[in-house]
Each structure stands twice: as structure tokens, then as C-alpha cells.
Design a protein. Structure first.
Lengths: 304, 547
């Protein structure tokens, strides 16, 4: 029973990846179409573009929803097969983490049209899932005593949720930087290869979106830090011990705290704060990959 | 717009004209004031934050004495040249180092210097009325207007006041006479001015004060507490007193007279290993220590300690951090008199609990004898003939002992670890490269020592656990401050602070015009929505639209 379920889980995950791959191509084509519709950068480019029916993006969005449903099923089956939450090793972190990134993306799209982030989201998710499935797949094993705690459910889940928001914040900040570059080029009447950004919101709007997502991520990350400390006290006998993972959680928190302050500092709002948002997410990815795999520490339980 | 008493480089504060007043006679006070302004500026706070993030990095690259002392020793052995240089820069104690401390202390001084004036200002703002209504509401970032027939200006204004009150705005009324001429001409108007979201600044201040609280609680907590370790085997009891600990690290202000006397006896330790899942055979599934605790003068209690379930007793926390096997060994001299009988904790060397232990016999035998033992809970033989354990549970236990005779080095009064044997002044009598093979035992077997020294009996095996006993009187405070910080953060990021105005003017045809306008203070994505909602509610309150 357990074996069959976990096999189905793998099957569902690979199907989800195939569908994400198609969605990725369509999202990218949609972005590229934005460029062809605006061949000459110049005064024209600044014109507000009437929202058109973007067929490609809508199909890609529908595919992403299907991919999400399949990945959700895959994750659920893995959890049922293991009779525990499906986030206890690298493979499962990647599976649940990317699922949450997609969930946050879909959720945010209910509020604001962010289909232009589809390429980034599906691309990142594909990359992480591909790495996890090929390099870090492990069979289901029981939880070691150190992980047998309801804090595993809370602490790790909230951390992954925060990662989802930070990921979108990263993408928006990247778009913001490119958009700023394009806007400067347009203002100077120079040619730019960034014409595909014409249909996107302007840089200030992108920055506001990024900020709103990142502050949600920041609150969740603060909670992760506190929940982690409470769990560490129960499991290891101290709430904070500068273990490598604790150090990097702290570093990430500090970078994003810096980002929020930068947004309020004259001369730092805009391009500089966008860079901080991107550095913050780079640290998140570093924490999730390099620190887990190569650094020695108490969190090295993840059964790579 | 008036500032919120923020640092001069805060984005909400009015831009300052470049203060190019380079006064050569700035004086000490002047310089101090200048320095203080620099320290409490947004830019400095930001740079200190980023510096703190960068400064924390090396502690994750180089082993730290606080979390990984063995790693530090290993590092010194591996990098003989660079380690002492790194040590000069306190790289093995990053988080207590002078430079790391300097950064966070400056950051916190900067924080306090910023937050105190803001607190004063905020308290004043909480007692103040909303500001006078601006003359020209159309120019504000969010604006809506409606014309109403059949209602008096007073009725409309009263309705607006009620709507704003219901939305928990603080409201003040201002009337304006007609004035000005030409372009600046303004009609007579009656207005309400409203403000809400004072909690945003309150939350922000709570967040920052709570962080100071965390820092203070953490700083003092280490000072008043202690951490001690003790390993006990089944049947053995531990008394909470200074000499009973295997190792003990008191905080700076800790007084050992504060140790509450109690005993913990390990009755039984149970380890469960995975037996069915072929991918995880032998992986631990559960560790449970059953103990009897007794606080002096009270009745004994049966309790359990698990990995994620520490025992809380008499203000201390007892954690189950490790476990292993303690073979029971009896040594007799040549005449058969018992010279040693005890269970000895063997330290686990791998996940299948191949364990290493040492027995020192300074008295009773013809010579001083030291035994280095390996214990294999489920023994197996490798290709080379060396033993190893293939499963952590007791299926086929085996004990081997290497025998050394000579000087144990115990007589000089130098403290020696019970887990290590200094063989420098000893001769190896049994073991590899010795005249005789290691002594080998199954449970219950007796083997003669070399040179007719006597005999050793392997009586059985017990389990031992290593317990960490901690006391940290301020950790509850750390939690309280952390949760306050989280609450403050939520309030300060998600409660919008905004001002709203409704201005009512009478038109020549007898109708009245109501203008609604809003101004955000800080990030407020819903300002437009709020102004439109105000207009809708006003219409509804006046009975102009149906619900």
C-alpha cells in the first residue's frame, strides 16, 4: 500500500512537471509577444496599452492550475504514504516548497494580474523539482525522534510559506529593476531590448507589489524564527545556539528587515531596496540548498 | 505634511535643504549632537542592519566554540597556520566577539535614539485633534464628491461624522468662512477632519521596544542560568548538586546555592528501531526514558523524558540528548577477589552503536591495569576480520577488551577524562600488535587476564542516557518579548494610517456638495477604495441609494 502510493506520488509529480514545462513555454511566448507588439522603443512605448485578450497567458495559467492540482495530489499521496507531513527531507521540502510557491502565485493572481511572473514561477519550480527528483529522491523512512513534534508541522510549513512570498517578491523586484532600466531608456529616447516589459506595470507599481508580498513573507519569517526557537528549546535544550541554520535564518531576517527600512530611507527606495529584496531571496535559496547540503549543523537531519 | 518625528532622512519627512553650515566652532556639544543625529539616522540604522547580516556569515563557515567545540579543535589540527590568525579575530567566537557585539550594540543605541523621540511625539499625537481640513481637497491623492438635493449641509455633515465615527476614525469639526479672491477664492464650508490608524505607529514602537527587550532578556538570561550534563545508566540516580554533574557551565551571576536538591533515577530506557521498512532498518523511531524523580521533602514521582518532551522539574529543564550501552563488568584478582564491579558507559561511535569505553583499575591487581573496550550490540565480522555492529539493538551482543598494564597516570592529581586512557606509560598486553588477542566476551562469559593478573566477567548490558540539565530564568521573557515584537510587526505593517476629510458646501440651487478626500501616512494600498467606500456609505446614510 505504502509503496504503491509513493509510486503514484512520483508519477503525479512527473506529470505535474511536464505540464509546468508547457506552461513555462507559453508564459515565455506571451512575454515575448509583448516585445513584438512594440517594435520601436520611444514615445510610443510609454502609451498605456489597452488590456487585450492574452490567449497564451490564459492557457498557461490554466495549465499551471492543472499542474498545481497534480503536484498537490503528489504531495498528499507522499504524506499519506509516510503517515506524516510531507516535509521531512530535502526531496519533500522541494516538493512542498514549490507547491506553496505555485499556490502563492495563483492566490496573488486572484487579486492582481501577475501572469507576467508565470515564466519565473514555473521556471523556478521546474528547476527545483527537477533537482530534487533526480538528485535528492529518497524512499519513505520514519521520522527520527528529534523530528517527532507538532512543531515540525508548524515551523517548517510557515517557513516554506514565507519562501513562497519571498520568491514572488524577488521576481517582482527583478522586473522592477529591468522596468526602471527600460523607463530610463525610453525617457532618454534610446533603443532598448527590454520592450517586452511594455505591457507590465510601471516600476513604482512593481515595487509596491513586491513590498506588499515581502512584508507578508517577513511576518511569516519572524514567526518561523520564533517557532523554531521554541522547538529548539524543547528538542535541543536551548532556544538559540547559533547553529548554521539558525545563523542563516537570522541573516535572512536581517536582510529583509534592512529591505523594509530601505523602503523608508530617502535615496534607498527604488533600485537599492529592490537589490536588497533580491539578495534576501538569494540568501533564502542558499539556506535551503547549500546550507542544508554542505554545512555541518544540527539541522543536518534531512536524509539527503 | 508634518513629520512623524522620524529621522531626517526618512522618506516621510520633509526634504531638508542641504545644511551646508560648516561651522568651524561646532564645539564638543555640537559635534556630539552631529554624531548623535548621524547615529540615529535611517541610513545608519540600515547600514548597521546590513553589516550585522554580513558579520553573522563567518560564524556559519568556521566552527564555533559555543556550538561545536570539537569542530574547533579539529580546525586547529587541520589548519595549523590559519587557525591562530582566525582566532586573533575571534572567528571561533563570532557571536560574542568584540566586533559583532559592537555592531549590534550600535544598532540598538541607534534604534533607541530613534524610537524615544518618536514615542514622545506619538503620545502627543494620541492626545491631539485631527488637523485642520485643507482648503483644496481636490489636490489630495484620493478624492470623490457627490451632490445632494433635499438635505441641509448640517444634515450631510452630521451623517459624514457618524459614518467616520463608525469606521473608528477620530473626528473633529472645522468650519471655514468664505474667503480669498480670484483663483484662491473658496466657498464657506463646514467640514470634518478625521484620522485613524494610530495603532500603526503604536505597533511600530512596540516592535522596536520588544526587540530591545529580547536583547536584554537574552543578555541577562545567560548570566543567571546554568547548563550541566550527566550520563546515568539504568538503576543509577543523579542528584542535582554541583559535584554530580559530568560537566557544568554556570552563567556569570549563577550561585550554586540556588540548585534545588532533587534526584532523578533512570528506571528504564527503551529504544525502538525500525524493523519493517526495508529502506530504514535500524533507524531509531522512539527513545523513551522512564525515570523516578524526587524533590527533597516530597513524594517520588514516575515520569518520562523523550527527545521532544523534556522534563520540567524545580525550575530546571531536563533533556534527553543521547543514549548508549553500559556493559556491566566485574574484575577479579588472581585469588578471585572482586576488585571492580560496575556498569560502564560506552560512547556510541556510529549509528549502529558500536561503542567505545574505558575501565581504569588503579588498585587491587598486581599492576595498574587499563582496559579499552569495544561493544557491539549486534556483532558482525568484516572482510578484514574486524568486528562491527550491524544493528543498534541487542541481538548478538559482543564485548572486546584491549588490556594495558603500567602507569595509569592518575597519581599526579591531573584530572583525566573517564572516557580516555593515556597509554603513554603503559604496555599493551592484549589487542592488535600485542602478544595476545583482545579479550572477547558474550554475555555471562569470563575470560582470564594476561600474565595471570586475574579475570574479567561480562555480566550483562544496561542502557545509559545522557541528560542535559538547564536553567534559564529569562527564557520566558524572551518569548514574551518575541511575541510582542511579532504582534507589533503585524499591527505596524497591516493597519493603514490615514486622514480623511469631508467638506460640505451649499450650492446656489439649494443642493449641497460633499467632497471626500484621503491622505495616506505610510504605505496604504487601499486609500482609494477607502475614500470611495466613504462616499458610498455617506450616500447610504443619507438614504440616496438602496443597500
Amino acid at each position: 500500500m505504502t509503496d504503491t502510493l509513493s509510486e503514484y506520488s512520483v508519477l503525479a509529480l512527473y506529470s505535474a512537471m511536464a505540464i509546468y514545462a508547457i506552461a513555462f513555454v507559453l508564459f515565455t511566448l506571451d512575454l515575448a509577444k509583448g516585445a513584438s507588439g512594440d517594435p520601436v522603443a520611444g514615445a510610443e512605448a510609454q502609451k498605456v496599452v489597452v488590456p487585450e485578450r492574452r490567449k497564451l497567458a490564459r492557457v498557461a495559467m490554466a495549465l499551471t492550475v492543472i499542474g498545481f492540482a497534480l503536484q498537490f495530489a503528489a504531495t498528499l499521496m507522499r504524506g499519506v504514504a509516510a503517515s506524516r507531513v510531507p516535509w521531512a527531507n530535502m526531496y519533500e521540502f522541494a516538493m512542498t516548497g514549490t507547491l506553496i510557491i505555485v499556490a502563492v502565485f495563483l492566490l496573488v493572481n486572484l487579486k492582481w494580474d501577475m501572469k507576467f511572473l508565470g515564466s519565473f514561477v514555473t521556471g523556478l519550480v521546474l528547476l527545483l523539482l527537477g533537482l530534487a527528483a533526480t538528485r535528492y529522491y529518497v524512499e519513505i523512512v520514519p521520522l527520527p525522534p528529534a523530528l517527532q513534534s507538532y512543531w515540525l508541522v508548524i515551523h517548517v510549513f510557515v517557513a516554506t510559506l514565507a519562501t513562497g512570498f519571498f520568491a514572488l517578491g524577488f521576481a517582482l523586484s527583478l522586473m522592477q529593476l529591468l522596468q526602471t532600466k527600460r523607463e530610463l531608456a525610453v525617457a532618454a529616447k534610446e533603443k532598448t531590448r527590454l520592450a517586452f516589459l511594455t505591457r507590465l506595470p510601471d516600476s513604482v507599481q512593481l515595487e509596491n507589489y513586491a513590498y506588499r508580498l515581502i512584508i507578508i513573507g517577513f511576518v511569516l519569517w519572524t514567526f518561523t524564527l520564533i517557532a523554531g526557537a521554541i522547538w529548539a528549546e524543547k528538542a535541543w535544550g536551548r532556544y538559540w545556539g547559533w547553529d548554521t541554520k539558525e545563523v542563516w535564518t537570522f541573516i535572512i531576517w536581517t536582510i529583509y528587515a534592512g529591505y523594509i527600512h530601505a523602503r523608508s530611507t530617502r535615496g534607498w527606495r527604488g533600485t537599492r531596496s529592490a537589490w536588497l529584496a533580491m539578495i534576501g531571496f538569494a540568501a533564502v535559496i542558499f539556506n535551503f540548498t547549500v546550507v542544508n547540503i554542505f554545512f555541518k549543523g544540527l539541522h543536518a537531519y534531512s536524509g539527503l | 505634511m508634518e513629520t512623524l518625528s522620524r529621522p531626517s532622512d526618512h522618506i516621510d519627512s520633509a526634504p531638508q535643504r542641504d545644511a551646508k553650515i560648516v561651522n568651524p566652532n561646532l564645539g564638543v556639544v555640537g559635534w556630539l549632537r552631529w554624531f548623535w543625529r548621524q547615529l540615529t539616522s535611517m541610513r545608519t540604522a540600515l547600514l548597521l542592519l546590513l553589516l550585522l547580516a554580513i558579520a553573522a556569515v563567518p560564524g556559519s563557515l568556521v566552527p564555533q566554540r559555543s556550538s561545536d567545540p570539537n569542530g574547533v579543535s579539529q580546525y586547529f589540527a587541520d589548519y595549523k597556520d590559519t587557525a591562530p590568525i582566525l582566532d586573533q579575530f575571534q572567528m571561533f567566537d563570532v557571536y560574542t566577539s568584540a566586533w559583532f557585539s559592537a555592531i549590534y550594540l550600535l544598532l540598538f543605541i541607534s534604534l533607541i535614539g530613534c524610537v524615544l523621540p518618536r514615542t514622545k511625539h506619538h503620545i502627543e499625537a494620541l492626545q491631539a485633534q485631527p488637523p485642520v481640513t485643507p482648503a483644496n481637497l481636490v489636490r489630495l491623492p484620493a478624492y470623490a464628491q457627490l451632490t445632494i438635493a433635499g438635505k441641509s449641509a448640517e444634515e450631510v455633515l452630521e451623517a459624514a461624522r457618524k459614518v467616520l465615527k463608525a469606521d473608528r476614525y477620530r473626528v473633529a469639526r472645522y468650519d471655514r468662512a468664505a474667503g480669498g479672491t480670484g483663483k484662491l477664492k473658496s466657498e464657506a464650508a463646514i467640514t470634518v477632519s478625521a484620522e485613524r490608524g494610530y495603532m500603526r505607529e503604536t505597533g511600530n514602537l512596540i516592535f522596536h521596544f520588544a526587540l530591545v527587550g529580547v536583547l536584554i532578556a537574552v543578555g541577562f538570561g545567560g548570566g543567571f542560568g546554568f547548563a550541566g550534563q550527566r550520563a546515568i545508566y539504568e538503576g543509577q540516580a543523579f542528584t542535582n548538586s554541583l559535584i554530580a554533574f559530568d560537566s557544568f557551565n554556570p552563567g556569570r551571576f549563577f550561585n550554586s546555592a540556588n540548585l534545588t536538591p532533587y534526584t532523578i533515577q533512570l528506571d528504564k530506557f527503551t529504544a525502538v528501531y525500525e524493523e519493517k521498512n526495508s529502506n530504514a532498518i535500524g533507524q531509531p523511531v522512539d527513545f523513551t526514558a522512564e525515570v523516578t524523580t524526587q524533590i527533597q521533602g516530597e513524594a517520588p514521582q514516575q515520569q518520562t523524558i523523550k527527545v521532544n518532551e523534556p522534563l520540567r522539574i524545580a525550575g530546571t529543564d531536563v533533556y534527553l540528548l543521547g543514549n548508549g550501552y553500559a556493559p556491566t563488568i566485574t574484575v577479579r584478582d588472581a585469588e578471585g577477589n572482586v576488585v571492580f564491579t560496575d556498569s560502564v558507559n560506552f560512547l556510541p561511535q556510529d549509528k549502529n552503536l558500536t561503542s567505545l569505553g574505558v575501565i581504569k583499575l588503579p588498585d587491587g591487581l598486581a599492576e595498574q591495569v587499563g582496559l579499552i573496550g569495544f561493544f557491539y550490540p549486534t556483532v558482525s565480522e568484516g572482510h578484514s576480520g574486524a568486528y562491527f555492529s550491524m544493528y543498534p539493538d541487542l541481538i548478538d551482543p559482543r564485548l572486546t577488551l584491549d588490556v594495558y598494564a603500567g602507569d595509569l597516570g592518575l597519581d599526579e592529581g591531573i584530572p583525566r577524562s573517564v572516557y580516555a586512557l593515556d597509554t603513554a606509560d603503559m604496555t599493551k598486553l592484549a589487542g592488535r600488535k600485542a602478544p595476545q588477542k583482545s579479550l572477547e566476551f558474550s554475555i555471562g562469559e569470563t575470560v582470564e587476564l594476561p600474565n595471570g593478573l586475574g579475570s574479567v566477567t561480562f555480566d550483562g548490558v544496561k542502557r545509559f542516557v545522557s541528560l542535559d540539565i538547564h536553567r534559564d530564568p529569562t527564557q520566558g521573557w524572551v518569548l514574551v518579548f518575541s511575541l510582542s515584537a511579532l504582534a507589533g510587526l503585524l499591527i505596524s505593517l497591516f493597519i493603514p494610517r490615514r486622514r480623511m476629510w469631508v467638506s460640505v458646501t451649499e450650492n446656489s440651487d439649494g443642493s449641497v456638495t460633499a467632497e471626500c478626500a484621503g491622505l495616506a501616512r505610510g504605505d496604504d494600498p487601499t486609500l482609494d477604495t477607502a475614500v470611495n467606500a466613504l462616499k458610498d456609505k455617506l450616500e447610504r446614510a443619507l438614504g440616496l441609494t438602496r443597500d
